[in-house]
Design a protein around this ligand. Structure first.
Ligand SMILES: Nc1ccn([C@@H]2O[C@H](COP(=O)(O)OP(=O)(O)OP(=O)(O)O)[C@@H](O)[C@H]2O)c(=O)n1
Ligand SMILES: C[C@](O)(CO)[C@H](O)COP(=O)(O)O
Length: 413
């Protein structure tokens, strides 16, 4: 049933094989990510929608990966999920994928538990993919309080009811005010031994909206541990903005800076291209591509800001495909890549170091060209030119250099 991809050295099978050492618990997470997201109304499952530029499921997996005690993270997606392969290479440590989802959340959890084949004694933290804002500190609190309490079969993160609660009829008329003193809102993760969960979910799943309700049906005691109000379930349109605000405030840095540098030799018989503009001169820059030293520095600055390596990794000089390549096309491809990672260019400041020719007269055309390639206005693109005061090889006109600094900001798209 389960088609497994392991993005780690340690798989679910490692987890089940270990006997429980005295004083130590084996803990796994099971993330249910097989819903269709009907209430979000995107036309695709909400777990893949971007929150602060990242697919929600990745954020949820990263949140769980911040808890060192979680030995493996099992993700349950629907058997015909066409989106998961697009993000599987970015999974954090110890993630095992199961294409085993069912029609209801409880069915997905049941199928995931069976597919993961946990040892029945292992503890499993079942978590919604739709709760990307969960904090390591609240998961730690849940683990500490439940594992220390032998009188309970498990426990869940929950919030004491803060609002007055009304029971209403079909016409939205209040029937009664429900005393809220004993009411809590259930969240996830929900922590139980695998064996308890499998037994609790064996049978009718009617009315089972979380793991605790299934365990309660067995008559076993379940503890609530106070979680944070920020652990919201992204359910309806607009919830993603709330999640962005929570994540933004807590750990999303909204800006990234990158720097780039490049140099090329000047040779006869080649055109001189700077910033995508051909400049009349008796020599040109030598290189595998069109050797546009400015665009190469800018491309490296964009890649650097997004922590995506350098130009050589994306367009290897050893690859004949890039011989004579238009560096403008390479930069445009990199700008598209960082957009897809949720970043947008804020501004560029660059310097060309060249003894000759005079770049000044060509600067308006260079700025226009570079701004168009970056997809920004000319007002945020600054390019300067300096001589090297006749010093070193650049001063003797053996080559040119360029330096660039780029600022990226998270996009809302
Ligand atoms: N058959 C299902 C239904 C839900 N879930 C998961 O359970 C979590 C909580 O469910 P919910 O927020 O209701 O998600 P959806 O079912 O996708 O949303 P909707 O009810 O609006 O369709 C989500 O991470 C969802 O992907 C699941 O794994 N399998
Ligand atoms: C498990 C849960 O998140 C606890 O609040 C909730 O019950 C899931 O309900 P849904 O109807 O599947 O969104």
């Amino acid at each position: 049933m389960a088609d497994e991809i392991t993005a780690c050295k340690c798989s679910g099978q490692d987890t089940q094989a270990k006997p429980e050492a005295p004083g130590r618990f084996h803990i796994a997470a099971l993330v249910c990510a097989a819903g269709v997201g009907a209430r979000m109304g995107l036309g695709h499952p909400k777990q893949y929608m971007r929150i602060a530029g990242e697919p929600m499921l990745l954020l949820t997996l990263r949140a769980l990966a911040r808890v060192p005690r979680i030995e493996s993270i099992h993700v349950v997606v629907s058997p015909d999920d066409p989106y998961i392969d697009g993000i599987a290479d970015r999974f954090p440590r110890n993630v095992v994928l199961h294409r085993a989802g069912g029609a209801e959340r409880a069915e997905s959890v049941r199928n995931g538990l069976l597919a993961a084949n946990f040892d029945r004694e292992n503890w499993v933290l079942v978590h919604d993919a739709a709760r990307p804002c969960v904090k390591a500190s609240e998961i730690d609190r849940l683990l500490d309080q439940v594992l220390a309490d032998e009188s309970v079969a498990g426990g869940i993160l929950a919030l004491p009811m803060a609002d007055t609660v009304k029971r209403v009829d079909a016409r939205h008329r209040i029937v009664e005010t429900v005393p809220r003193k004993e009411l809590w809102r259930a969240a996830t993760p929900q922590l139980f031994r695998a064996g308890v969960l499998i037994e609790a979910l064996d049978g009718s799943l009617e009315g089972i909206t979380d793991e605790a309700s299934a365990v309660e049906r067995l008559g076993l005691p379940v503890k609530v541990v106070a979680g944070r109000a920020t652990n919201i379930k992204v359910t309806n349109p607009g919830d993603e903005r709330v999640a962005e605000l929570i994540l933004g405030e807590e750990h999303m840095v909204p800006f990234r800076v990158g720097q780039g540098y490049d140099s090329h030799r000047l040779v006869e018989g080649r055109p001189l291209i700077l910033g995508g503009v051909e400049i009349p001169f008796e020599k040109g820059l030598d290189g595998h591509s069109d050797a546009d030293v400015l665009l190469h520095a800018v491309t490296d600055a964009v890649l650097g800001a997004a922590a995506l390596g350098d130009i050589g990794q994306h367009f290897p000089p050893s690859d004949p495909k890039w011989k004579g390549a238009d560096s403008g096309k390479l930069l445009a491809a990199i700008v598209e890549l960082v957009h897809s990672r949720g970043w947008t260019v804020v501004n560029l400041d660059a310097t060309i170091v060249a003894e000759r020719p005079k770049i000044g007269p060509h600067m308006p055309a260079i700025r226009r060209s570079v701004a168009a390639l970056l997809g920004v206005g000319e007002d945020v693109v600054n390019v300067k030119a300096k001589t090297n005061e006749k010093m070193d090889d650049v001063g003797r006109e053996a080559g040119m250099m360029a330096h660039a600094v780029v600022l990226l900001a998270r996009s809302n798209g």
